[in-house]
Design a protein around this ligand. Structure first.
Ligand SMILES: Nc1nc2c(ncn2[C@@H]2O[C@H](COP(=O)(O)OP(=O)(O)OP(=O)(O)O)[C@@H](O)[C@H]2O)c(=O)[nH]1
Ligand SMILES: [Mg+2]
Length: 185
């Protein structure tokens, strides 16, 4: 066994002792996956992840740089890295793609035509990026509670058509992440 492996084993034993001392018992064994979450500023990435982590989505502030949340599910933990979507941050997105195993792209379904065009270009850049092009994509059409929201059909069959038949991708609809059954109220 290499020195690195031995060090890792000791660190893990320390961690188990720490949990036992804190009366937390052994940690649940759940696979972890690293995801990257992108989308224009205001599309609702932080709000979505806060809800998924059972945190209040009230008073969310725009993400400067990136933030990482461990989103727990029954059978897995998703380590989601949200990249801020402001104009001056988007050019650095690709620096943070390495190691991702899946992509969440969040859209503001009620945004202006110009913003939608920008979002479409960013989505297609991500779909073509060498570090993302083979990964599963989730495209979330958020802000569906707004009257001006476009339907998911417009995204799927209109100008947003994703020409990547070899990768799985999904679009959620019905309501926003807040209102749909996707996330608890
Ligand atoms: N009406 C409505 N408002 C939403 C929805 N999702 C998010 N918001 C609001 O939109 C605003 C921006 O949400 P954020 O979660 O900060 O957006 P973001 O994509 O993380 O933005 P950046 O971090 O700047 O990239 C907040 O005021 C949210 O409360 C939604 O589905 N419907
Ligand atoms: Mg954010």
């Amino acid at each position: 066994m290499s020195d690195l492996r031995i060090t890792e084993a000791f660190l893990y034993m320390d961690y188990l002792c720490f949990r036992a001392l804190c009366c937390k018992g052994p940690p649940p064994v759940r696979p972890e996956y690293d995801l990257v979450c992108i989308g224009l500023t205001g599309s609702g990435k932080t709000s979505l992840l806060s809800k998924l982590c059972s945190e209040s989505p009230e008073n969310v502030v725009s993400t400067t740089g990136f933030s990482i949340k461990a989103v727990p599910f029954q059978n897995a933990v998703l380590n989601v890295k949200e990249l801020g979507g402001a104009d001056n941050i988007r050019k650095y997105w690709s620096r943070y793609y390495q190691g991702s195993q899946g992509v969440i792209f969040v859209l503001d379904s009620a945004s202006s035509e110009d913003d939608l065009e920008t979002a479409r270009n960013e989505l297609h850049s991500a779909l073509q990026h060498p570090q993302l092009c083979t990964l599963p994509f989730l495209i979330l059409a958020n802000h569906q509670d707004k009257p001006a929201a476009r339907s998911v059909q417009e995204f799927c069959y209109g100008e947003f058509t994703v020409e990547k038949e070899h990768i799985p991708w999904s679009a959620f609809h019905e309501h926003s992440a807040f209102k749909s059954g996707l996330l608890p109220q």
